[in-house]
Design a protein around this ligand. Structure first.
Ligand SMILES: *[C@@H]1O[C@H](CO)[C@@H](O)[C@H](O)[C@H]1NC(C)=O
Ligand SMILES: *[C@@H]1O[C@H](CO)[C@@H](O)[C@H](O)[C@H]1NC(C)=O
Ligand SMILES: *[C@@H]1O[C@H](CO)[C@@H](O)[C@H](O)[C@H]1NC(C)=O
Length: 249
């Protein structure tokens, strides 16, 4: 993402001239549109859209510091085994810390499907990135690990790789752990073993420390990004992220 100085300045002035009233919810419709909001950047990220047909729009409802509320509506057909997008929020500053130096990473996520077609295939997930360099964008040469936490996985979808453990107890929930390679990084996915977790309150550090102690992840790895969102494969749904927050200290 590169925001040129002049377009940014123009956007600020036109917003001042054109919108003196309270800001309305903003909806993103472009495949790769992004919007900064509070501590986050909300992005549509329709990286897999060419595997099917459909559309998706994401709306910022409100943002205040580490709290954000947003929604996304999608309809995708074809390519039932392909992810079409990862509409998500990424925290702009909760990163750049080595796993061994994290004291806590509290998160709270309240979400619900407002509507869903029969038989949707989709997850609702964290996508957390670590690597050797202090900073690096997700899914790049700087990435060593992609740590997913699936609060929901509907329609029989599976993470990358294969399941290596079942019923691992972390942060008050039971998880099946999947592992496998993707490009130049390893994917470790915790999938809820007891169905949808629609109000998730946890310390993400419990997952990081589990991976350091039990799965050979180096404590020198830097946290590079925390993203949360949804990966739709097929169907139609409207997903409300009523409240989401995360911080790292
Ligand atoms: C974020 O939400 C929490 C819990 O609802 C609240 O206590 C806090 O004041 C909120 N912070 C901001 C900056 O809105
Ligand atoms: C997204 O917005 C476009 C343009 O407004 C609309 O045609 C489309 O139906 C919307 N898609 C969904 C899934 O809401
Ligand atoms: C979301 O957070 C707001 C403000 O902190 C709070 O008023 C509201 O009750 C929360 N909603 C849910 C569903 O937790």
């Amino acid at each position: 993402m590169h925001l040129g100085y002049i377009p940014f300045a123009l956007a600020v002035f036109s917003a001042v001239w054109a919108a003196p009233a309270a800001p309305a919810a903003q909806t993103l419709t472009g495949a790769f549109d992004c919007l900064t909001a509070g501590a986050y950047t909300l992005c549509q990220n329709q990286w897999g859209a060419s595997a099917g047909v459909g559309s998706q729009n994401s709306t910022l409802i409100s943002a205040s510091g580490n709290n954000i509320s947003w929604s996304t509506a999608w309809t995708w057909a074809n390519g039932p085994n392909n992810v079409k997008s990862y509409a998500n929020v990424i925290h702009n500053t909760a990163k750049g810390v080595q796993l061994k130096n994290i004291k806590s990473a509290p998160t709270n996520w309240v979400w619900k499907y407002n509507s869903e077609s029969q038989g949707i295939r989709a997850d609702v997930s964290f996508d957390i990135w670590t690597g050797v360099p202090q900073s690096g964008n997700p899914a790049t040469s700087a990435s060593s690990y992609e740590i997913m936490i699936w609060l929901s996985g509907l329609g029989g979808i599976q993470p990358v790789g294969s399941q290596i453990l079942s019923n691992v107890q972390i942060a008050g929930h039971s998880w099946n752990l999947w592992k496998g390679p993707n490009a130049n990084w390893q994917v470790l996915s915790f999938v809820s073993a007891s169905g949808d977790i629609t109000n998730f309150n946890a310390d993400l550090n419990a997952f990081f420390q589990y991976l350091v102690q039990n799965q050979g992840v180096s404590s020198s790895q830097y946290l590079q990004a925390i993203q949360t969102g949804t990966e739709p494969f097929v169907g139609s749904a409207s997903l409300d992220i009523e409240n989401f927050s995360v911080s790292v200290s």
